[in-house]
Design a protein around this ligand. Structure first.
Ligand code: G3P
Length: 216
């Protein structure tokens, strides 16, 4: 399972990259709006840090404009994957942009039919938003399981990228459901590692070791 980080913060990306487990980055317009610098400069800085794909999202709504914007974003750096929302215009653009050899991450996916259409249009990644489905009383993880089954039934190569992740439990469940990638908020990356019994156990080992050393 690949781990992406879901942020546009260079500092947060550097910290996660230093852990040695980072496979890529996903950004969105909200993440970008929190950072200093131009869209292009932020992406270039991120691409210098991470050895993997970096998703950057279009903000156009009409398909011809999405295609043109996607072309410009893809030219910023070879690591860039263009994020396109799954609307009717988005779908037309996904097909066109993917056929031009640009990798597309289809975003704002909330249903299996959207995921099926994205795969048929040639998307490289589909991003089901687990947490936002949970927020409205649905079971976000069920969508991951359904998409996995559909893609496996037909041999679609589109990778399932579990997004809108809120907790370590989401990560475990996405792994069990067969998601190819999970994109993690920085806080969740830290939570993945933390366990109070690890800290207690380590303290006990070191206390025993030091007591033994003092006796010698
Ligand atoms: O970047 C897409 C997705 O991961 C956003 O998550 O937490 O804003 O629902 P969230």
């Amino acid at each position: 399972m690949k781990f992406f980080i879901d942020t546009a913060s260079v500092k947060e990306i550097q910290e996660a990259n230093a852990m040695g487990i980072l496979d890529g980055v996903t950004t969105n317009p909200t993440h970008m709006s929190k950072e200093e610098g131009t869209f292009e400069d932020i992406l270039l800085r991120i691409c210098e840090i991470v050895d993997g794909p970096v998703s950057a999202e279009v903000v156009s709504l009409k398909w011809e404009e999405i295609v043109a914007e996607a072309g410009k974003i893809a030219k910023i750096h070879p690591k860039i994957v263009v994020k396109i929302p799954i609307t009717l215009d988005g779908l037309k653009a996904i097909k066109r942009v993917s056929s031009e050899g640009i990798r597309v991450n289809v975003t704002l996916c909330f249903s299996a039919t959207q995921a099926l259409l994205a795969a048929k249009a040639g998307a490289t990644y589909i991003s089901p938003f687990i947490g936002r489905l949970d927020d409205i009383g649905h079971e976000g993880m069920e969508l991951i399981r359904t998409i996995r089954e559909i893609y496996d039934n037909y041999g679609f190569e589109t990778q399932i990228l579990a997004a809108s992740v809120r907790s370590p439990q989401h990560v475990v469940q996405a792994a069990l459901a067969g998601a190819d990638v999970v994109t993690l908020p920085p806080a969740v990356i830290k939570q993945l590692l933390a366990h109070p019994l690890t800290d207690i156990g380590l303290k006990r080992f070191l206390d025993d070791w030091n007591a033994w050393k003092q006796k010698k």
